[in-house]
Design a protein around this ligand. Structure first.
Ligand SMILES: C[S@@+](CC[C@H](N)C(=O)[O-])C[C@H]1O[C@@H](n2cnc3c(N)ncnc32)[C@H](O)[C@@H]1O
Length: 353
């Protein structure tokens, strides 16, 4: 399919766009300042930063090759102020080392999937259209939703649906998924939508939109290892910030927001035991929170952009270098070099990710 840069702009409306720019801009005022947009998507946030902050350059990361392609075309007019990198965002330290070679002044994360990914029905993210059960953000690697449904045991499926989808009827649906695959392996999304509908009590079928929504969200999070990746990525993103640099994160799920909140709060807290007469310098906070709690989208934006309804935005500024013993990413490195949740050989017994 051919597309124009304008087409990319129309496919995804960025959430809290001006708020993100306003939070990042004060850190990007020096010529050559660098923002890493970890979730480039259609490039909406990046475009606004490049337009409004002439001193800024942007390195845009996305794991979806199609997003890289579309955003690159949209942002070509900015020349060498923009550079796209196909990577998973927990590789941010390597990307910054390779592309920038120094700490950066800004990091932006706008989590989850883009409207483009949902709209491209053949990718299987949408419960509204029948398609192969895929759901990989990077369609070139890793397990598909079909693999999860055909190989995970009932307990594992229950946990995924309950934890990632907040699905009340997780066990019923998981049991039905396993029973159905004994007759016929999972292939298509419409069959899953039908099965979810049939598995939940009739009285709950008519409330709260399509009952398959939570199951689809849970599978997407599992297929892409979203929470595991985020656990590594937020600390790594804090580590690559220069003093005065700022991080802004938009979450759309309570488990995502909890990870972000924990990492930012740890950096904004004195790490020494309470009651010391003088706080040792190494135990002073190295982050200053820029938001009071998590910010939500204003009512007007929620009405015009449904994606914004669940957003929780948090931001912080680095106030000093991190002492080595408090480097947030030190304890959270990938278990092995090159390890990716999406190319790990599948072990159906291993279900706690
Ligand atoms: C909500 S969209 C971002 C939209 C973007 N802010 C814009 O204005 O167009 C999220 C994007 O992040 C990408 N993404 C999600 N998880 C990722 C990860 N772990 N690593 C790299 N990219 C990721 C998705 O492929 C998607 O394109």
């Amino acid at each position: 399919m051919t597309s124009t840069p304008d087409d990319a702009a129309e496919r995804h409306v960025p959430v809290l766009l001006q708020r993100c720019v306003d939070l990042l801009a004060p850190a990007l005022g020096e010529p050559g300042s660098v923002l890493v947009d970890c979730t480039l998507g259609m490039g909406g946030h990046t475009e606004a930063v490049l337009e409004q902050v002439p001193t800024a350059r942007v390195v845009g990361i996305d794991r979806d090759p199609e997003a890289i392609d579309r955003a690159s075309r949209r942002l070509a007019r900015f020349g060498d102020r923009f550079r796209a990198v196909h990577a998973v965002y927990d590789e941010i330290e390597d990307v910054v080392a390779d592309v920038v070679g120094a700490p950066v002044q800004g990091v932006l994360m706008d989590l989850g999937v883009s409207s483009l990914q949902i709209d491209e029905t053949e990718r299987g993210f949408s419960y509204a259209h029948d398609a192969p059960l895929d759901m990989r953000m990077d369609p070139t690697v890793g397990l598909t939703a079909k693999d999860v449904l055909n190989t995970y045991d009932e307990r594992a499926l229950t946990r995924i649906l309950r934890d990632y989808g907040e699905e009340r009827f997780a066990q019923r649906i998981a049991r039905a998924v396993v029973r159905r695959r004994e007759q016929q392996p999972w292939e298509r999304s419409a069959d899953l939508v039908d099965l979810v509908r049939a598995s939940i009590p009739a009285a709950t079928r008519t409330t709260g939109g399509n009952p398959a929504k939570r199951t689809f969200q849970a599978l997407r999070i599992e297929v892409n290892g979203e929470l595991e990746v985020l656990e590594r990525a937020v600390p790594a993103a804090v580590d690559v910030l220069a003093v005065g640099g700022r991080i802004v994160v938009e979450s759309y799920h309570s488990l995502e927001d909890r990870i972000v909140k924990r990492v930012l709060a740890a950096g904004a807290t004195i790490s020494a035991p309470a009651g010391l007469p003088v706080v040792p310098e190494q135990d002073e906070p190295y982050l200053r929170l820029l938001t009071r709690g998590a910010e939500e989208a204003p009512a007007g934006e929620r009405e015009t952009n449904p994606r914004s309804a669940s957003v929780r935005l948090r931001a912080a500024e680095r106030t000093r270098p991190t002492p080595p013993h408090r480097r947030p990413s030190a304890a959270r490195r990938s278990p092995a070099p090159g390890h990716r949740p999406t190319d790990r050989p599948h072990d159906p017994g291993e279900t706690t990710r």
